[in-house]
Ligand binder design. Sequence first.
Ligand code: UDP
Length: 505
Amino acid sequence: PQPTPPPHVLLVPFPSQGHTIPFFNFAKLLASKGVAVTYVCVQHRISSLQRDHAAAGLNLLIRLVGLPERVPVGQLGIDEGTGSLSRSMEVAANMEDDFVQLVHELRRAVGAGAGSEESLGAPISIIYDPFLWWMHDVAVSLKIEYYSFFTSPASLLSIMLHLPILISQGYVPLRMSAEPRLITLPGLAPAWDRELLYLFSDSVTETSVQRLTHAAIKLSETAPTVLINTCYELEANTIDVLQKYKRIPQTKIDVQALGPVLPLELLNDNNVDDLYLQEDNRKEERECLRWLSSRSPDSVLYVSFGSIFIPSLESILELALGLEASSHAFLWVLRPPPGVASRDQSFSLSALLPEGFESRTKGRGFVISPWAPQLSILSHPSTGGFLTHCGWNSTIESIFMGVPLIAYPQFAEQKANCRMIVDQWKAGIQLQNDENERLRKEEVEKIIKILMEGEEGKQMKKNVRQVRDMARSSWKEGGSSYTNLQALVQKLFKLSADLSPEAVS
Ligand code: UDP
């Protein structure tokens, strides 16, 4: 008999970096288990993956497919500013028809026995991002099995599943100017509504709130299997509620934590801490790693706010002065606020920084723009702390590398992530704005010193390493994420065997 072909799945992320990167890592993880993957997103996202990541670990089982651009791409080719959630939503809205057409084409090509399409076989399942609010209905109409892959923490999934209740109790849509209310959801520590519900607030455009609400309600109504980019050990209480007790009314969702989904070479363990030695980075990235290698162990603060958030010009100045005053070494990913660079052709980054800053911090500071090899930096022994906006990917990457954090959360679910980092794991300290919501250099300096030189900082480093060990253990043979991934892969192979022409005939 013919050997069973590898199961062929379509992976479809929401089109922003914080989603495309974990989806890409997930593609590599599945391919390493013999699953064939067609990874589908708009073309500029595919190009940026090819530019930043593809050299590491693409294989014959992964095919990247770019859908046509129907919304103009941002000037830097990466996300810019908080408005980009709405823009990504527009891009996502425009993906629907092209995606449906692609699936039809793939099926036709297999039917006609054509070239490379045939080699991966017909897709048997879609693993999609639940932020793509339209995808569930598309999967149903295409009569294809589906799973969701949720790139955010279980806590946000829990909030999304509670949304019908939160709406009925008047919490959503949230008005940020209203009197703050405490929310207690099962499996989550009590928190202020504005910390938990930003995505469903009037800080986000009405259309985005509607689309996300639609996505959340679809999730709770349709009871798909949701694979989450977290591990049991990191969010045990929340996952217990989601999984075992099924205490969320009206949902029978099946939740499988199989993260943190990081590049394969990290999860396979042996060279976890040597990522920075790999040579596939771009020139300026190699330079920054070389500079890092010239610094002593644990001495450098890495400063980066992910792919979306860019501090205001005023905050950039305060941050710079705080970094300078702290006397510690720093590696800072700096991007101009939206519009600043495009107004001025001869724009240089120096224009964003205080006068004389670069010469005064020469040697001790390294500024890189617009993008840094974050994982390599976090894996580098010189990196001793990470000043972050608490995006979920940045959070789990730092935890996995055992780097303590300075948490400066901004939007989306970042404030809830900050509570996990600071209160639950005690792996970091929060940087707060003053009472007028302004970042102050004195506060920056103080918090850096606490993390990088104080006893408290030492304790945070110990704590983060304990959390790191738990997260890493989930990927060891028999560990929680390892086991959940095996089960998923087995299901996909079984489904493929059941759907193969021999089985059907
Ligand atoms: N990232 C990177 N280099 C940068 C900035 C970000 O590699 O200069 C990566 C980072 O490692 C993470 C992702 O981009 O994987 C950002 O995702 P996160 O969830 O932290 O934040 P978001 O961009 O969604 O706000």
